[in-house]
Write a protein that binds this ligand. Structure first.
Ligand code: NDP
Length: 291
């Protein structure tokens, strides 16, 4: 079998884990990073540090990009545009779907193909069979390079040809992750104001989080049918409840930015006449930009 080989550009925690995973599987790995010293541990394990971006691109057809955002992608590849021709750029740098589409066009104009990727796990999940990454872009390119993509995460989930799709799926996940984790920090702040540690509330917090999948599944069908029947919950009840939450945080003397924003959304739903509907009716407000 021929030697399998890949270039990894961007050696933050994610890129380092990816390059390490390729080394573990016996790949020839060429790396490049703006701050060269980040390559030291990988070079000690057998990776080759390219002298410049051009050298990193020249080394392999398959080029993994793990940079902070697409601004960093242009800043990096812009120095060696003429070396892009014939390259497959697996862009795992996160950014908006629009930026992903524009970068795919930019790459195509220079003779390269972009596969957009959205990795759903932190560095510790890289190289693991159960971890997964969303991809979008040309299916035949994805299939051709699937074995290498499965080194990054064991599951490689192609969502479609539109280069923005993988970024969209990634941002959907991030939308839920950041707000959910903020709700946890808020709960910990309230607990702290009442003499409780994060460890004290952990079982309760985990149980609450574990109850969410059932709610997601229950509402999904109703949401797609735009049915917001108030048969199991009513927005008026929910509004009273989120006001209790807000007042509890106010009484505790902790920051109320997040609970106040929640109350604000519920009140807008009440003002729009949804008092007797489910609180899922709030999604109809969210589908439009606020006036
Ligand atoms: P970092 O932001 O820590 O590092 C990314 C790399 O980008 C670094 O190597 C850095 O170089 C480089 N970089 C940034 N700006 C420039 C620039 N202007 N020119 C050249 N290089 C630049 O990111 P991570 O490794 O944590 O993540 C990489 C991507 O993966 C990000 O888009 C992130 O959102 C995404 N991601 C991260 C996860 C995580 O848990 N960390 C999980 C899922 C996705 P230098 O070393 O010189 O600073």
């Amino acid at each position: 079998t021929p030697r399998r080989s890949v270039t990894v550009i961007g050696l933050g925690p994610m890129g380092q884990a990816m390059a390490g995973s390729f080394l573990d599987r016996g790949y020839d790995v060429t790396v490049w990073n703006r701050t060269a010293s980040r390559a030291d541990a990988l070079v000690a394990r057998g990776a080759t540090l390219a002298a410049d971006v051009r050298g990193a691109l020249d080394a392999n057809e398959l080029v993994i990009l793990s940079l902070t955002d697409y601004g960093a992608v242009y800043a990096t590849l812009g120095a060696a545009e003429s070396a892009l021709s014939g390259r497959v750029l697996v862009n795992l740098s996160s950014d908006t779907p629009e930026k992903a589409r524009a970068a795919a066009r930019w790459a195509a104009e220079r003779g390269a193909v972009q596969l957009t990727g959205g990795v759903t796990v932190p560095p510790s999940g890289i190289g693991r069979a159960e971890s997964s990454t969303f991809y979008s872009g040309p299916l035949h390119v994805f299939e051709e390079h699937r074995p290498a993509l499965e080194v990054i995460t064991g599951r490689a989930d192609h969502r479609g040809e539109d280069p923005g799709l993988a970024a969209l799926m990634y941002q959907i996940g991030m939308t839920m992750f950041w707000t959910s984790m903020l709700s946890y920090w808020q709960a910990v702040a309230l607990a702290d104001a009442n003499g409780l540690k994060a460890a004290d509330i952990l079982p309760h917090a985990v149980e609450t989080a574990n109850s969410l999948p059932g709610f997601l599944a229950f509402y999904a069908e109703r949401l797609d049918g735009a049915r917001h029947d108030g048969d199991v919950d009513r927005l008026a009840m929910g509004t009273a409840s989120v006001e209790h939450v807000l007042h509890t945080h106010g009484d505790a003397g902790v920051d109320t930015t997040l609970p106040a924003a929640v109350v604000e959304l519920f009140r807008r739903g009440m003002d729009a006449g949804h008092a007797a509907d489910s609180f899922s009716s709030l999604v109809e407000l969210m589908k439009k930009a606020a006036a």
